[in-house]
Design a protein around this ligand. Structure first.
Ligand SMILES: *Cc1c(COP(=O)(O)O)cnc(C)c1O
Length: 372
């Protein structure tokens, strides 16, 4: 088998599933044949094996270390994606509540979480960016939080619009719950200020199939007793994330990514420095383009993970995408809900890859100027 035929020849700028580090992909390739020390393919190892119990324990420990979590947090690996968390969390924390939960409506994904919460109990929208076309995030002065909300929910990085909080909103007195699906483990922070964080793997951590849930145990004190077992965090905690057959492969890849973050990158502060540099490089290209490339997000709220932008016309955008593909730059089309273009710069995408994109964009612009 000529292995060159298997080598990817496109860089992956897709919004999700996203790029994985090359070093991790090489280990995955090996594990598909045989996991070192086990002698079986990762696709056929029992979730009841001692080896897999070790995978779960090491991955939990790695996530605790990376986030700097205190001991009273649980780390779970669940299925159903972030979308299942949109329902699972209000089923436990909102059903039967006399007071509404506070939600921010800042873009496409927070807009998906909201109606699912409303099915379970009362919800109050603290702020909405909908009328402005989700092009910015709220300032602190615009936010008035309730003291008696069962929790406050927001999305740290709006993947579609490319908006990212560069601070932690909310009051520490009310449990803060965050969907970090598209920026989990991308930067350092004070993660002990969150009562719960959830993030599926397929943007920044690994393949689809597993969702990481980090939660403080006291949050579940008043959860109803009649939840389906699969949807009850307490049952998942008791089963150590092996309530039923888990996605062993996806969980193993996430373990490899956390090892890479700890051993190769050196932790979240170092990952943040790299991600910041990548984003600055690309935004400098937009800002230096004399309006040819127009960013979607307000400057203070620009995402380091997803850069949404437009060209002067849809025809030029189509030409850009075709030329990018031919140049080995894949996944640059914007989300179907807003169109335009989007470059996603997840952890696995290197600075060199961003540099290649920027060079392509500068060439493309020069070439268009020459046509006029
Ligand atoms: C992609 C995305 C989701 C949807 O996740 P699924 O795993 O497909 O359910 C939810 N939230 C955010 C922030 C996302 O980027």
């Amino acid at each position: 088998m000529p292995s060159a035929a298997l080598t990817a020849n496109q860089l992956n700028f897709s919004g999700g599933p996203g790029a994985l580090p090359e070093a991790v992909l090489a280990e995955v390739k090996e594990a598909i044949e045989a996991v070192p020390g086990v002698g079986l393919s990762i696709l056929g190892i029992s979730h009841r094996s001692d080896w897999f119990a070790g995978v779960i324990a090491e991955l939990q420990a790695n996530i605790r270390t990376l986030l700097g979590l205190p001991d009273d947090y649980q780390v779970l690996f669940l299925q159903g994606g972030a979308t299942q968390q949109f329902s699972m969390l209000p089923m436990s924390l909102l059903a039967g509540s006399p007071t509404p939960a506070d939600y921010l409506l800042t873009g496409y994904w927070s807009g998906k979480a909201l109606p699912e919460a409303r099915r379970q109990g009362p919800v109050r929208v603290v702020w909405s960016g909908e009328r402005e076309g989700f092009c910015r995030l709220p300032r602190d002065e615009e936010l008035q939080f309730a003291n008696d909300a069962p929790y406050f929910h927001y999305v740290s990085n709006e993947t579609v619009e490319g908006l990212q909080f560069h601070r932690v909103p909310g009051r520490d007195e009310v449990p803060r719950i965050c969907d970090m699906s598209s920026d989990f483990l991308s930067r350092s922070g004070d993660y002990g200020r969150f009562a719960m964080i959830y993030a599926h793997a397929q943007k920044n951590l690994g393949p689809a199939g597993v969702t990481v849930v980090v939660l403080r145990e006291d949050l579940l004190r008043d959860a109803p007793d009649d939840l389906p077992g699969f949807l009850d965090y307490r049952a998942q905690i008791a089963a150590r994330s092996i309530y039923n057959t888990p996605p062993v492969f996806a969980i193993y890849v996430v373990l490899l990514v956390t090892r890479w973050l700890l051993r190769e990158i050196g932790g979240l502060a170092q990952m943040e420095a790299i991600n910041r540099q990548k984003a600055e490089r690309l935004y400098a290209c937009l800002d230096g383009s004399e309006g040819f490339y127009r960013g979607h997000a307000a400057v203070p709220d620009r995402s380091w993970m997803n850069v949404a932008f437009r060209l002067p016309s849809p025809a030029l955008e189509a030409r850009f995408l075709a030329a990018a593909k031919a140049a080995g730059l894949s996944g640059l089309e914007g989300h179907r809900s807003i169109g335009g273009l989007r470059a996603s710069l997840y952890n696995g995408l290197s600075l060199a890859a961003v540099q290649r994109l920027v060079e392509f964009m500068e060439d493309f612009r020069r070439h268009q100027a020459g046509r006029r």
